[in-house]
Design a protein around this ligand. Structure first.
Ligand SMILES: [Zn+2]
Length: 259
């Protein structure tokens, strides 16, 4: 990363400039004319920066710093927030998505999930960045059903975050004769390990989940609508559980007294 940083001596002292590319995850207003943008970058990880004057109609940056846009950025390091000094558009994925409601909402869910799965700022998350760009590109290209692309993104970003569901052997004992899907157990479970309340999806649904996790699009595209629906329900519940419990368990760890 050093190569992308350049020290600059000014009257005010040392200002550190850096350049990176990233996808704008969200923006919010700051004061009269500024915006804070949250970007998942390729090398630096998640960053938050101030884009000054972007809400004025004369702003050069404004349209380039909208959610979904893949941008090349230059920032200088601030004491609390970095300041955006240059922006170039690499690819405006939002333009392709905004005209198609299912694709747009799938894209919004991707941006939100990336933002929540990557909690820390300036911690490199290259695989998450590549997954997000790949997901947005697939949505914009419209080669697969939007919900399939979204479910594949959910499963793969969870896997990168360390929460891959077990799909081909029991999450608890590794037995290969699986009977049910239990979120609390971490995926499929055998008859012996099955907790109360575990879902019993069809075999084709589990095969679809595995295909989405592996990126096997020939299998995923050939799947039936009812298996897609069942798969989406399980993936959404699994994601939701990990997002909520991930944060809760982290708090629990921080409060644990030293032993
Ligand atoms: Zn088992």
């Amino acid at each position: 990363m050093e190569a992308f940083h350049a020290g600059l001596q000014t009257k005010l002292g040392k200002v550190s400039l850096y350049r990176d590319e990233g996808v704008v995850l969200r923006t919010h207003k700051l004061g009269e004319a500024d915006r804070i943008i949250t970007v998942l970058t390729k090398r630096t990880g998640k960053i938050r920066g101030v884009a000054k004057g972007v809400r004025r109609t004369s702003s050069r940056f404004g349209a380039r710093l909208e959610p979904f846009t893949h941008v090349d950025l230059q920032l200088h390091t601030g004491r609390t927030l970095d300041v955006v000094t240059q922006v170039e558009t690499i690819r405006p994925y939002g333009e392709a998505l905004v005209a198609d409601y299912p694709r747009y909402t799938a894209g919004v869910a991707m941006l939100e999930t990336a933002d929540r799965l990557i909690a820390g700022e300036k911690e490199p998350a290259l695989r998450q960045f590549l997954l997000l760009v790949g997901g947005l590109r697939a949505l914009a290209a419209a080669e697969h059903e939007a919900r399939l692309v979204l479910d594949a993104y959910f499963l793969r970003s969870l896997a990168v975050a360390g929460y891959a569901p077990a799909l081909d052997a029991c999450a608890r004992c590794q037995a290969t004769s699986v009977r049910a899907f239990a979120i609390v157990a971490g995926g499929v479970v055998c008859g012996n390990c099955r907790p109360a309340g575990a879902a019993v999806p069809e075999g084709e649904t589990l095969a679809l989940m595995l295909a989405l996790l592996k990126g096997d699009w020939a299998v995923a595209d050939a799947s039936e609508a009812r298996h897609r629906t069942e798969c989406s329900g399980l993936v959404a519940a699994y994601l939701q559980w990990h997002l909520e419990h991930g944060i809760r368990s982290l708090r629990h760890v921080e409060r644990e007294p030293a032993t």
